[in-house]
Design a binder for this molecule. Structure first.
Ligand code: GCV
Length: 635
């Protein structure tokens, strides 16, 4: 096998309860059968002794299509009941708990949301946009592929409770345009069936201009009857040919992609037209809200990209069909290491929404730096807006996948913790990122106390460390344009993307309070005031919301500039310390993993030093204010 099994590589235990000696039950659904297979295989790997008598574990399949499962005791035996998909989740939960040596308690479990999925930005040629773990395993040389890895990926998804997967890039191009036309129905059907066996629905991205690109029509206007008919006929054929298909994910009017705005139509008119076409087949439309002006003139100080999604979509609240989900990135701009929570996530009253995270570490070290994202995801889900918390207002969750065809799936071995934690959080939104980090570490590396402590500690510190040596206090975007790796403090400054910090020798930041772009007001009066006033704005977001002089005094008395200098020195030193901590694990984790991660840490430390020196020197050159502690800054 040319890939690892990640956390599904069950390790032998000698403390298994007696009911692991015998498995009883005869599930009939595909997922129920998969559950039984996983159980038998898992018990074997965990080292369960085969006993012919009682007690036992009994699988009872109930009718229906739900995802819940229930565990109860009958004497010394254990009964796991639920519909087929529920059995599957229950089996994986049991195996996990046994592998962790946890006590198995009776009770029920059900997922927090009905859609919990990963989005792939895989292109048909096998490349992955913002992919940092090798080539695609869904596409090769222009064609979709389905093989043993597809199945093992489905197992990984199901094992953490995920139930959806969108296989191609939102920027639909090349042969991926043909996914709609019938040319790849067979391959899609195979993928759909393979994923479906593990309860995972197949989604695909489509181009809004498909009626022109594939259908030969002169327009893609969503109100044009011929366009509507084209979509209806296309969906009729496609959904019948690919029964596992759950719907479409659409990036429209975004970064050059076609969309309804071209025809003077609203986002709702565009989304609803597609929603009608997929509705007869139970399909859904995931409609991305990443709509902003990407051809801004940097001299234009009025336009604020952070405002764009709310300004476009909030007025349309209530106008979307019931099978449309607005897909909203966690922050208002684009997956930076620190952004406020997107106000759209807490202000839609009559529209379904799906929050989008990015496990692919585009702006968070590209899986060369360790950056455990679960604390950030949890912060977003727990964020309380005027009408309640994000987790109570959204209807679904998704994340851009960080997987590829590398042996370890995620490039950096420790990045698999993000995949694991995302799934576990998506099932149980009250999961604790600290617990998840430890769980993942133990399932992956076993129970050596030093290895468990060290890896868990690295994961838990990693986000803050990364934040400190890269971009300060929520300002974002000081990365190299295009690749988004490494420092370039003015790389995006005179460009068209709307991502400016407008630093001069006196001040830095864009004012987003009421005296500036007014972005803070999108949160409603109370939160708006909190963010809009400098004194109450959380310090970690100070430069996202405010333009400030370098001698502004932070709460601890340091100047803003000194805080930035300190963060860069300390963040870099912390990265060096994490690398040293990893070095001490030689012999305690598998040799190949040790070497791979050590290699990544070397690059992380090199890059952290570069970030420290480039950002500090740039600010020193602008301000000529020295570091109060006299450390080296290059002029
Ligand atoms: C898939 C950012 C990335 C793009 C990505 C886009 C999106 O701009 O840099 O690569 O495109 O987000 O989310 O659509």
């Amino acid at each position: 096998m040319d890939y690892s099994l990640l956390w599904l590589d069950w390790k032998k235990r000698d403390d298994l309860p007696p009911w692991t000696g015998r498995i009883v039950g005869d599930p009939v659904s595909l997922q129920g059968k998969a559950a039984m297979r996983e159980l038998r295989e898992g018990f074997r790997e965990l080292g369960a002794a085969d006993t012919a008598g009682r007690p036992c574990l009994r699988l009872e399949e109930t009718s229906g299509d739900g995802e819940n499962f229930c565990l109860r005791r009958e004497g010394e035996s254990l009964i796991l009941s639920g519909p087929g998909r529920g059995l599957l989740y229950g089996v994986f939960a049991l195996l996990r708990q046994l592998a962790l040596g946890e006590e198995i308690l009776p009770g029920t479990s059900a997922p927090a949301w009905p859609i919990r999925m990963l989005d792939h930005w895989d292109n048909a040629d096998g490349s992955i946009e913002r992919g940092y773990a090798g080539a695609s395993f869904f596409f090769s040389e222009g064609k979709p592929v389905c093989n043993a890895r597809t199945r093992d990926y489905a197992r990984l998804l199901a094992s953490v409770g995920l139930n959806g997967c969108c296989v191609n890039n939102v920027n639909v191009k090349g042969e991926a345009l043909e996914l709609l036309t019938g040319k790849y129905d067979r391959e899609l059907r195979e993928i759909g069936e393979t994923l479906g066996e593990y309860g995972v629905s197949l989604w695909i991205c489509v181009s809004f201009a498909a009626p022109m690109e594939q259908g030969g029509l002169p327009t893609a206007d969503p109100l044009d009857p011929k366009v509507r008919r084209w979509w209806q006929e296309t969906c009729g054929r496609l959904f019948r040919a690919v029964p596992g298909l759950a719907g479409f994910l659409v990036k429209a009017d975004s970064e050059g992609r076609p969309g309804p705005q071209t025809y003077g139509r609203s986002q709702a008119e565009g989304a609803n037209m597609l929603a009608e076409a997929v509705r007869p087949y139970g399909g859904g439309i995931l409609w991305r809200c990443f709509v902003y002006n990407c051809t801004q003139d940097w001299r234009d100080q009025k336009t604020d990209r952070a405002r764009a999604q709310y300004d476009t979509f909030a007025p349309l609240d209530g106008q979307f069909g019931e099978n449309v989900y607005l897909q909203i990135k966690n922050g208002p701009v684009d997956f930076q290491i620190r952004e406020p929570v997107s106000p759209l996530l807490v202000r839609l009253e009559r529209t379904k929404s799906i929050v989008e995270f990015q496990l692919a570490q585009e702006y968070t070290g590209q899986q060369r730096h360790v950056c455990y994202l679960a604390p950030m995801m949890k912060e977003v889900l727990d964020f309380a807006g005027p009408g309640g918390k994000v987790k109570d207002r959204i209807s679904a969750v998704c994340a851009v996948s960080n997987t590829g065809a590398d042996f370890n799936w995620t490039g950096h071995d420790l990045a698999a913790a993000n995949f694991y934690a995302f799934g576990r959080l998506a099932w149980d939104l009250d999961s604790d990122p600290t617990v998840l980090a430890r769980e993942w570490t133990r399932l992956t590396f076993g129970d050596d106390p030093k290895a468990v402590e060290t890896v868990t500690d690295i994961l838990l510190r990693s986000r803050e460390v990364y934040e400190r040596y890269t971009v300060p206090l929520g300002i974002g975007w000081m990365c190299v344009p295009g690749t988004h790796y490494g420092p370039s403090p003015e790389g995006y400054e005179y460009d068209r993307w709307g991502t400016y910090h407008r630093a001069t020798h006196r001040e830095i930041g864009v004012e987003r309070g009421p005296s500036g772009t007014g972005y803070s007001e999108q949160y409603g009066p109370e939160l708006g005031r909190m963010y809009g006033e400098i004194g109450t704005c959380p310090e970690e977001l100070l430069l996202f919301f405010h333009r400030l002089p370098y001698n502004y005094r932070m709460k601890d008395g340091r100047t803003l500039l000194q805080r930035i200098y300190d963060d860069h020195f300390e963040g870099c030193a912390a990265a060096e310390a994490m690398a040293e901590a990893w070095d001490a694990l030689e012999g305690l984790v598998p040799e190949a993993v040790f070497r791979r991660v050590q290699e990544r840490f070397r690059e992380q430390v090199r890059s952290a030093r570069e970030w420290r020196d480039v950002i500090n020197s740039w600010l020193y050159r602008l301000t000529l204010i020295p570091d109060e502690r006299g450390r080296s800054i290059w002029l």
